[in-house]
Ligand binder design. Structure first.
Ligand code: IPE
Ligand code: IPE
Ligand code: MG
Length: 267
């Protein structure tokens, strides 16, 4: 179930903090990083794991509470078989190696995505890492693997309609949000995509409704604390209006909130 502490950006106005509470990243550009060095594409993926470590540490130091990383999209199966199996092996190897350290650092680890296509061995490692770290509260690291935003919305719709077929046509945004695979986290405040492309590539479609977007040409293996700070600084300088005017932002919050009608209400 969705955590009641987390407001929906389209239903209420979330609290805005200078440092984003939740950062979601599309880690792109590994292949190009390797190619530039005349190395096989997969060398870029290996190097990218080091960036993951750096970014987790830096986010924790900066007071970020949730970090969500897109590791493998539902469309990435279209890649050459060798690259796909390398990525699966790398995921398994990295997880085996890092899980104790994640746990020691108070990190709750979660994976979102359709795991049914994964090697049962990998699923087992994922599930046991999730179990081990479930009670950690300092920081939540989510890896999106075989994830697609459309898959996520569809599986939520299917759960709702299967559970209460008599209510078809009446479901609310909150009910759907509660079935999404990341209902345990607030919506991302800041989205970062490395590698120069400016697209969402079927990442968290529902949750990105009001997320601030930051695109950088830096390739993922080159992404570092400096680039992260640039993204956070850019975020800090933005005016998150959630539909309101600039002038309204300076008015007392209570007065503004009562003016927001309920979009799900059809009286
Ligand atoms: C992102 O890097 C990693 C994954 C999709 C797994 P890419 O592999 O997409 O790197 P480029 O975009 O080809 O450079
Ligand atoms: C998106 O990267 C998915 C991940 C980073 C895991 P891609 O490099 O696969 O994205 P597209 O297909 O070029 O948009
Ligand atoms: Mg790419």
């Amino acid at each position: 179930m969705a955590d009641a502490r987390f407001s929906s950006s389209t239903r209420d106005i979330p609290e805005v903090t200078t440092v984003p509470r939740h950062i979601a990243i599309i880690m792109d550009g590994n292949g190009r990083w390797a190619r530039k060095r005349f190395m096989p594409r997969v060398a870029g993926h290996s190097r990218g794991v080091e960036t993951v470590r750096t970014v987790i540490r830096a986010c924790m130091e900066r007071g970020v509470e949730y970090l969500t990383l897109f590791a493998f999209s539902s469309e990435n199966w279209r890649r050459p078989v060798d690259e796909v199996s390398f990525l699966m092996q790398l995921f398994m190897k990295s997880l085996r190696k890092e899980v104790t350290r994640l746990h020691q650092n108070g990190i709750r680890f979660r994976v979102v995505g359709d795991l049914s296509r994964f090697d049962p061995k990998l699923v087992e490692i994922i599930r046991s890492a999730e179990e081990l770290t479930a009670a950690n509260e300092r920081f939540t690291l989510t890896v999106a693997a075989n994830y697609g935003g459309r898959w996520d919305i569809m599986q939520a719709v299917n759960k709702l309609t299967a559970r209460a077929p008599e209510r078809v046509g009446e479901f609310t945004e909150q009910e759907l949000a509660a079935e999404l695979s990341m209902s345990y986290a607030p919506e991302p405040d800041l989205f970062i995509r490395t590698g120069g492309e400016q697209r969402i590539s079927n990442f968290l479609l529902w949750q990105l409704a009001y997320t601030e977007l930051f695109f950088t040409d830096t390739l993922w293996p080159d992404f570092d604390v400096g680039t992260l700070d640039q993204a956070i600084a850019s975020y800090g300088g933005r005016e998150r209006r959630f539909g309101r005017t600039s002038e309204q932002l300076r008015e007392p919050v209570a007065a503004v909130e009562t003016a927001v009608p309920d979009p799900g209400h059809h009286a």
